[in-house]
Design a protein around this ligand. Structure first.
Ligand SMILES: Cc1ncc(COP(=O)(O)O)c(C=O)c1O
Length: 355
């Protein structure tokens, strides 16, 4: 009946694309989604499942996952009023943007950064103030401060450490931005466990405009369970909770989180392994002619090569899946891959040497 279906829909859909992972999500050596190479051990999965089967599956979980929020607040040593849990941090991004953006509102996003920020802002008909990174992929702090002031932005999104560049802002720089800008400052700390920089979590009491975003998908190895968090001053948190999707986190997510936090040495051991491997990989990459690695503050590395498309395809044909990030601003001919197990990393290095 309607041959022009777009006419009936949100016009913003014409400016955004369906989320895709180039090369898919299956590979012998999968290094393309910044996941942990270590699954949760079987004994812990069994402990979690034993608790999960006692739950009533026919009953809704709490409107907000208070058990999970209490567990994380206790783990961080802060008040549960400052914490909100979501079905992955992606869901929380939608919630925070719904609370802070809309037609006529402006969001500052450094470029390149995590693609979802721009997508949600466009869906909400907000104006994006894009601030380019420096040529070495570092944040341009002066330009961020200037653009925030001149453009009078309503929201600033800082992924630090940043995906896809792997670079971080210092604690003091984030504080300076949050203190001097009259905007909601969303600090996405998805990779903070791998960072040399300190988290800005301790600033939430003094900075009512600051929101910290965390995910359990990276260092905590729970990408398949979908757990994210926002942490902010209780007054701001009460507002952010208004557009939140009710019942979005499952009982399984809450139980899993509680058990993983109770066994946190699994996480710290995995992080030590990954950091050791990351630094080793960086040195090995430096020694390969035609490969330029960038220093990383995350669980992934960026390299620049002569022909990223061709190398991506050769690696894929050998069962090694990485991310071609060449389409991002300043990242022409760059590939991104997360640190894997020793043998996976070795395989990648050997293949890159032969290419
Ligand atoms: C910067 C950043 N924020 C958020 C996410 C989303 O994580 P989640 O799995 O919690 O939705 C990612 C995932 O890659 C990310 O890189």
């Amino acid at each position: 009946m309607h041959n022009d279906i777009q006419r009936l829909l949100n016009p913003a859909l014409q400016n955004i694309a369906t989320y895709k992972v180039e090369g898919g999500q299956q590979a012998e050596i999968k290094l393309n989604q910044n996941e942990s190479p270590f699954d949760v051990p079987m004994w812990l999965k069994e402990e979690i499942i034993r608790e999960f089967i006692k739950e009533p599956w026919n009953r809704y979980p709490d409107i907000l996952p208070y058990r999970g929020m209490k567990a994380y607040a206790d783990f961080l040593g802060i008040s549960p009023d400052s914490v909100m849990m979501s079905n992955g941090s992606n869901e929380m991004l939608y919630t925070i943007f719904l609370a802070s953006l809309g037609p006529g509102r402006k969001v500052l996003i450094p470029d390149p950064s995590f693609s979802l920020y721009e997508k949600i802002a466009l869906l909400l008909h907000s104006q994006i103030v894009s601030v380019p990174m420096l040529p070495d992929l570092d944040f341009d702090i002066d330009a961020i401060l200037r653009a925030a002031r001149d453009e009078r932005v309503d929201c600033i999104v800082l992924s630090t450490p940043n995906n896809p560049t792997g670079k971080s802002l210092s604690f003091d720089s984030v504080r300076l931005i949050a203190e001097s800008c009259d905007a909601i400052v969303l600090v996405d700390e998805a990779y903070i466990e791998f960072s040399r920089q300190r988290s800005v979590l301790e600033l939430i009491d003094g900075l009512p405009n600051l929101v910290v975003l965390r995910t359990m998908s990276k260092a905590l190895a729970l990408a398949g369970i979908r757990i994210g968090f926002a942490i902010a001053n209780p007054a701001l948190m009460a507002e952010l909770a208004k557009p939140k999707i009710p019942f979005a986190s499952s009982r399984l997510a809450e139980i899993t989180l509680t058990h993983v936090l109770a066994n946190y040495s699994l996480v710290t051991d995995a992080v030590s392994y990954i950091l050791h491997e990351r630094d080793k990989l960086y040195d090995e990459l430096l020694a390969i002619k035609g490969v330029e690695p960038f220093l990383s503050d995350t669980n992934f590395l960026i390299i620049r090569i002569r022909d990223a498309r061709a190398v991506f395809q050769s690696l894929q044909s050998e069962g090694i899946l990485v991310r071609n990030v060449s389409g991002y601003h300043l990242m022409e001919n760059c590939l991104r891959f997360n640190v894997g197990l020793v043998e996976e990393n070795q395989c990648l290095i050997e293949k890159l040497r032969t290419l």
